[in-house]
Design a protein around this ligand. Structure first.
Ligand code: IMP
Ligand code: MG
Length: 181
């Protein structure tokens, strides 16, 4: 095993476990949408870009991929509270079957905002898929597909960052507390 980066406390979820779970989620979505026709995956940048790519390649249902970019944190691990739309979808989603693909839900503010915004565009259906969920007390947003529950620590890897670093680690790792607090 290669040495961990000095900012990393420990590995929480291995690359193999992530890939296995992504395949399971893809199989679930394939079953649920087998008669839906064309589906739209909405990946949430930047954190979900790797998950969106892996999920998309494992899906058999016909689908297109679009992206939105949302920001609720600055370059720290502190929530700034307000959610900002940085980049919108390229195409309308009216009457389309939409699946939001998110990296992680913590307080639920981001997902709450996304859910309200996208429902306002009258999709044929809207489901939410988040690979990770951190907070048991998060806002009451419906999560239709969840990969893993995580403890309340800052995690990086598989697309998730700390101040835009560590995104390309193939596993999910806990950051050392002294790095982010
Ligand atoms: P929420 O609005 O509090 O649910 O925060 C969700 C957003 O914060 C996610 O889309 C992530 O971008 C980011 N986030 C929350 N926790 C973590 C973490 O542990 N590592 C990296 N990003 C995180
Ligand atoms: Mg995010």
């Amino acid at each position: 095993m290669t040495d961990l980066h000095p900012d990393i406390e420990r590995i929480l979820i291995s690359e193999d476990d992530i890939q296995r779970r992504v395949a399971e989620i893809a199989a679930e979505i394939d079953r649920d949408y087998k008669d839906a026709g064309q589906v739209v995956l909405v990946g949430i940048l930047k954190g979900a870009f790797i998950f969106t790519a892996d999920l998309s390649r494992k899906l058999s249902v016909p689908h297109s991929v679009d992206f939105m970019s949302i920001s609720s944190y600055g370059d720290t691990a502190e929530s700034a509270g307000a959610v900002r739309l940085i980049l919108d979808l390229r195409k309308p989603i009216t009457d389309r079957h939409v699946i939001v693909v998110e990296d992680i839900v913590d307080t639920g503010h981001t997902m709450n905002y996304l859910h309200q915004t996208l429902m306002g565009r009258n999709p044929a259906s809207l489901k939410i898929c988040s690979l990770f969920k951190k907070n048991r007390d998060s806002l009451d947003v419906p999560l239709d597909y969840v990969g893993f529950d995580l403890p309340d620590v800052w995690v990086v890897g598989y697309g998730l960052d700390y101040a835009d670093t560590h995104r390309t680690l193939p596993y999910i790792a806990e950051l050392k507390k002294e790095v982010y607090s």
